[in-house]
Design a protein around this ligand. Structure first.
Ligand code: SAM
Length: 236
């Protein structure tokens, strides 16, 4: 995985296998470690303070607009409780607030990311947006009652953790089931997993709602997507 959404690990880049391996896993990477994100966001925070550059926007700016257009299309109310899982620099929260959403929470397990996001939000005059240092997998903080949960690259990062890819994904599913209201929407953008793999993984407690269009590419005569964006609905 890289910030432009280039596929990472062992997956076939075309994502078009006729018989996809639904449980396929990846070569682990430092992108799955907290140390990596702490270092990255400490660096990016310094740069932000020096020159005001917010750094990497994972999957590019369009990935944020795609999510926001989707929420509007789904008639998500301005005051809906929205959780950004693994918010990083908090730019998605800024864009959500600018588009009119008023009940926003971002979480990240990296203290540096949380400090960074708070700085960015404060600079934008959006100190009412909540950002908390929370490990989504730990269960130590109860997250519940959200109408929408958004994940842009965080499930990917968790899937790459060298210590516990299987455990991490199972904890993720449990935490997501707890955080999202029944009937609530889960909007996930991933470059490590195909649509089929995501639907398979989130089959317990979630229904496929729709797929968001992402740029496609053709390679070796096959057309595929390097980024998958899906909307799933929490079952009643
Ligand atoms: C690929 S970055 C994406 C950041 C942001 N969502 C974006 O689109 O720019 C992955 C983010 O997930 C965070 N993260 C990884 N594992 C996490 C966990 N267990 N709990 C909370 N945040 C986590 C990282 O610190 C990092 O900010």
């Amino acid at each position: 995985m890289d910030s432009n959404g280039a596929p990472h690990g062992t997956q076939d880049a075309t994502k078009n296998d006729e018989e996809p391996n639904l449980e396929q896993d990846f070569t682990c990477s430092e992108l799955g470690t907290k140390q990596y994100w702490d270092d990255a966001y400490q660096r990016e925070l310094r740069t932000y303070k020096d020159i005001g550059d917010v750094g990497e926007i994972w999957f590019g700016e369009e990935s944020m607009h795609r999510v926001i257009r989707c929420l509007r299309k789904e008639n998500v109310q301005d005051d809906a409780a929205i959780l950004d899982i693994g918010t990083g620099n908090g730019i998605l929260l800024v864009e959500l607030a600018k588009s009119g959403f008023t009940n926003l929470t971002g979480i990240d397990y990296s203290a540096a990311a949380v400090e960074f996001a708070k700085n960015v939000l404060e600079q934008e005059g959006l100190s009412n947006v909540k950002v908390e240092e929370v490990d989504f997998l730990s269960g130590a903080v109860t997250l519940a009652g959200f109408d929408v949960c958004i994940d842009k690259g965080t499930f990917d990062a968790i899937s790459l953790n060298p210590d516990s890819t299987v455990d991490g994904k199972a904890h993720y599913l449990k935490a997501l089931q707890g955080a999202l209201q029944q009937g609530g929407l889960f909007v996930i953008t991933s470059c490590n997993w195909t649509k089929e793999q995501l639907l398979h993984f989130f089959r317990q407690g979630f229904d496929f709602h729709r797929e968001l269009p992402t740029p496609s590419f053709t390679f070796g005569g096959k057309t595929g997507h390097s980024v998958t964006a899906l909307v799933l609905k929490r079952l009643h």
